[in-house]
Ligand binder design. Sequence first.
Ligand code: B12
Ligand code: SF4
Length: 501
Amino acid sequence: MKIMFIYSAGDGFESSGLLRSWAKMQFGISYISSMLKSRGHNTGLIVLSSSQPLNERLIRQHMDEFGPDVVCFTAVFSQYSFIEKAAAFCKKNWPGKFYVVGGVHATLNPHQVINGPFDALCVGEGEYPVLELCEHLKENRKPHEIQNLWLRTGDKILQNGTRDFIQDLNALPFADRQMWATWIKQDASDEITLLAGRGCPHGCTYCSNHSIRKTAKGRYVRMRSPENIVREIELIYANYPQRRIYLEAECIALDKKWAFDLCCKLAEFNASVNNEITFGCNFRVSGNSVDEDLFAAFEKANIRKINIGLESGSERVRREVLKRNYSNDDFLRAASMARRHAMAVNVYNLIGIPGETMDDHMETVRVNRLCQPDNLCTSIFYPYPGTELHKVCLERGLISETVNTSQERRTAVLDLPGFSSAQIQKAYRLFEKRVYKGRFPWWKDLLRSVYGWMPLGARSASSRAMARVPVARALRASLKQQLFGAGKTPLAANHTEIRFK
Ligand code: B12
Ligand code: SF4
């Protein structure tokens, strides 16, 4: 069978229409595709930009050329309305195909999504359900009892139950990177992502994990074996020029024994090659994860970048609203430990959380000032349907049933009693400036402010335009270096030491 995947993203595109980096590759459909290929099916991919009008010409070209039997769509909440439009267009123009949708949004909101232009939707993991579906269709059997799939025939909807979460991730073929090759800009200095595990044991109220966990039975937090991960790294090493790999898992330290084993294997791998790989990963601060031995193991494994979520600097907001129970001191210890072990520290922050006040936000600024992250990843809180905080927002009348998805995480959608939407927007704009204030000469602060005022579209358009001119590109790189510092961090002795860039 021929299966076409259709993926969309709102940003991250070059002016050429290609995705800017391998980090933009989506794992879900890549795993489904490799499973299908391993059983002799043929797969294709179309990548669309949801911030542009639907590119009908591109869809026509690929649909006609490939001639799929099944078309698979994937969407997170904010991509769903665009994907629905794309599916309606396809269904109208190629009526004989079988249309399936999956991904986090369909998983958490199947009752809404089944009313879209699809023949089936998938709740949860799709590798085996799509494989079964294709086998049925290949044998001209009407798809019927396929666990995880909701099937629509006319007005009738058959809601099958879900199978257990896939327990042995090592049994899956590696994610299909080949399908993305013509859709992603090729750049040897880029970072390639690799999925090291699935699921998270924590219950942060703004994240979808606590809801996804309830959609099936079986162990939800699963890690691939270190040996299996290294086999994929070997393949990447042999087939791609990139020498930076991001180990995607909700947190690298969810299982400390596993993390130590993985670090040993990564160090062994690096000792066996001429050109070492540097790694990056996510780290969630929790009771026992801030461990000197573990960070020493990260250093030996050549982990050089760590993403840590602070989210809010207010311990009250973290504990009572976000269900993230650790102290600011734990967070700052983790950041300084990472620095001591030669890692660049990227810190994730949220602004405008329900229950947050301006004072709470200034706590977030204060903690970030103490930490002086190498990079700030800042978002305005956005309530994703299916999460606990989305329910809270509805109950408190902070949002209506429909939340505007344009400018997700960049535009304030809440107007809070102690933090108005205008204040949230301003806090977002000034965040970097506040965190790094006084650490730079005045003219760098001024440039940062100008940059902060520029709408995002203008920022990326100017960036893209500059990238096309070699002299401007060099200037931009030097300016970025001046403003944000180099990737590698001087090693701070402890968190009270503030790094002047
Ligand atoms: C890694 C990651 C990314 C990576 C890679 C994306 C990816 N999914 O591979 C990057 C950085 C690109 C990314 C970007 C974004 N992400 Co993200 N991401 C994740 C994370 C941490 C892991 C996803 C993952 O790889 N899981 C493992 C794979 C195997 O699972 P999967 O993708 O869900 O796919 C399986 C099933 O869903 C299903 N499936 C998926 N598609 C299809 C299609 C068909 C036809 C079928 C049958 C089945 C099926 O089968 C797959 C294989 O088992 C999740 C958290 C989570 N627990 O899901 C957030 C998460 C998915 N991201 C989220 C968001 C909001 C985003 C962004 C919008 C952020 C932003 N503003 O830029 C973008 C959207 C990108 C896009 N256009 O879709 C939210 C979605 C919330 C929601 N309810 O919609 C999540 C859940 C985190 C959260 N806040 O709770 N993300
Ligand atoms: S630790 Fe991260 S991935 Fe896990 S529930 Fe919290 S926000 Fe989600």
